[in-house]
Design a binder for this molecule. Sequence first.
Ligand code: NAP
Length: 292
Amino acid sequence: MRDAIYAECRPRIAALRRPPGLAVVLVGHNPASEIYVSNKVKASAELGIYSETLTPPESVTTGELLAVVAELNSRPEIDGILVQMPLPPQVDSKRILLAVSPDKDVDGFHPCNVGNLVTGRPGPRPCTPAGIIRLLRHYEIPMAGRHAVVVGRSDIVGKPAAMLLLHENATVTICHSKTRDLAEVCRQGDILVAAVGRPAALTGDFISPGAAVIDVGVNRITDRAELARIFRGLKEKLAAFDRKGSLLVGDLDPVDVAEKAAAYSPVPGGVGVLTIAMLMMNTVDCAERRLC
Ligand code: NAP
């Protein structure tokens, strides 16, 4: 699917009078953020998108970061600006996201673009939720009239995923940490989207047999006993853990979901890959809007 998205992007990039430009702002040295950004830079290079990474120090202030964003807003060769989250606690993240010009907002987090999403107007859509919809469409999983249960209500995943599913005419339930009888609500889902950030938290009890399950969670396991419990002692997983010292798991119990779901997205190699592909697509969209 990633390759299909890239194949769609290539001729569109070739048709532009200059390569699309993506600026990534990476503050400090958060190891997970560094990996995400390096994957985004690699994907840009693969597609011939010009990319630039700005690396303000961990001690950056809100004012200094606003100045970085303002400069990127004013540069004509930059079509997309991505400020990698999370930002250090002294920085007012909401002010930073608000400062990104809505027409360069490749993450789709600016309130203008949130409004565009809610009202079904064109504009960049948040990459992870957009990838989820691509995935469901690609595998011809019907959404119209189906019950989609989204666990998680963050601004970057849960809420926009629910809104996009609603636009696909699904009947949508959004769950969160205060939801009562979570397993029972989840079992009502023909489509279950888990964006919780808790390793293997949703077990077989949460999955309706035959459901399509999208696992957004990315959780790094560093404790061997926890990994052995999650994978029921599966030798290949333990061997991989022993080689690497840690492994990623999603929010779904990987053994239960494989048994119960009709279709599910793996972690790693599922939604995360598509998130980057959709970022490339958003960058091309923004460049086209600005250049054509
Ligand atoms: P987040 O902002 O921490 O939100 C987590 C959501 O889960 C919150 O709405 C929270 O409810 C809910 N929640 C937490 N514990 C719960 C529980 N026991 N029962 C029910 N709901 C619970 O996280 P996020 O940014 O949306 O990310 C979620 C996961 O997706 C993380 O693992 C993150 O790393 C991953 N992620 C992956 C990608 C990708 O490209 N693959 C992209 C983004 C995020 P409250 O609102 O009530 O606190």
